[in-house]
Design a protein around this ligand. Structure first.
Ligand code: SF4
Length: 234
């Protein structure tokens, strides 16, 4: 384990001073999240938001509306969200059928019991891997998991370790461990961490980071001269 250059709490405080308090801009109910997640492709807040708005307007996002809609109409409504609308329409149908048949039309109420089982059940939905399951578990108030934004697990790892790994799973796990070590397992605290890191990863600490504009740069190991794939000193 390399020595952290700045604590996660301090990082979050700095980010909150910059961005202010953050709120989720997606539906936090598990069923509606799954629908929203399939409203855009490639999935992003902007693409999913556009597809979701169109779906709401043209058809509706509730279970009965999706079950009743002909697949071509669903695909047409999903078109503003980006590529492969026909495939996404088919996935929405599959989600709706499964929620109806396996969860009695109420996914949230069915997500109970040991977390490992709940996670397994969520991962049976298309396009849901561990990061998506973590996000659902945290924001639906099912378990205060140390969820990490799936498109920017590198943020904390760069700041504390001065590198990002070539392996996505390793980077995700290291970011998760950093949150677990410092942020109490309380819903609000872990949601705050997720949302602030997500905002920073989207705006400044992107794939190609805008380090000169970053408020964390004076405490960031990556900025201090470490490079991708090279280990920092312990
Ligand atoms: S200084 Fe660069 S690498 Fe470090 S957090 Fe800021 S943008 Fe990311």
């Amino acid at each position: 384990m390399t020595k952290a250059s700045i604590s996660v709490l301090k990082v979050l405080d700095k980010l909150e001073s910059l961005y202010g308090k953050q709120e989720p801009n997606w539906p936090v109910d598990p069923y509606f999240f799954l629908v929203w997640w399939h409203c855009g492709y490639p999935a992003s807040d902007a693409a999913c938001g556009k597809g979701w708005e169109s779906l709401q307007r043209e058809i509706g996002t509730d279970l009965d509306s999706i079950l009743a809609a002909p697949a071509p109409m669903l695909a047409k409504a999903l078109l503003p969200g980006g590529m492969v609308p026909e495939l996404r329409a088919m996935r929405l149908k599959e989600i709706a059928v499964r929620v109806k048949n396996e969860f009695g039309s109420d996914l949230r109420s069915g997500l109970v019991g040991p977390i490992a089982e709940v996670r397994k059940s969520l991962k049976k939905f298309s396009n849901i891997a561990d990061p998506g399951a973590d996000r659902i578990l945290l924001f639906a108030d099912i378990a205060p998991i140390a969820a990490v934004p799936s498109n920017c697990p590198h943020v904390l790892v760069r700041i504390q370790r001065g590198l990002e790994r070539e392996n996505y799973g390793v980077t995700y796990r290291e970011a998760q461990q950093a949150i677990e070590a410092e942020i109490p397992a309380v819903f609000e605290s872990r949601k705050r961490a997720y949302l602030l890191l997500k905002r920073h990863g989207q705006e400044v600490c992107k794939r190609k980071p805008k380090c000169p504009k970053c408020p964390i740069s004076s405490s960031c190991a990556y900025f201090a001269g470490h490079h991708r794939g090279r280990a920092t000193q312990a």
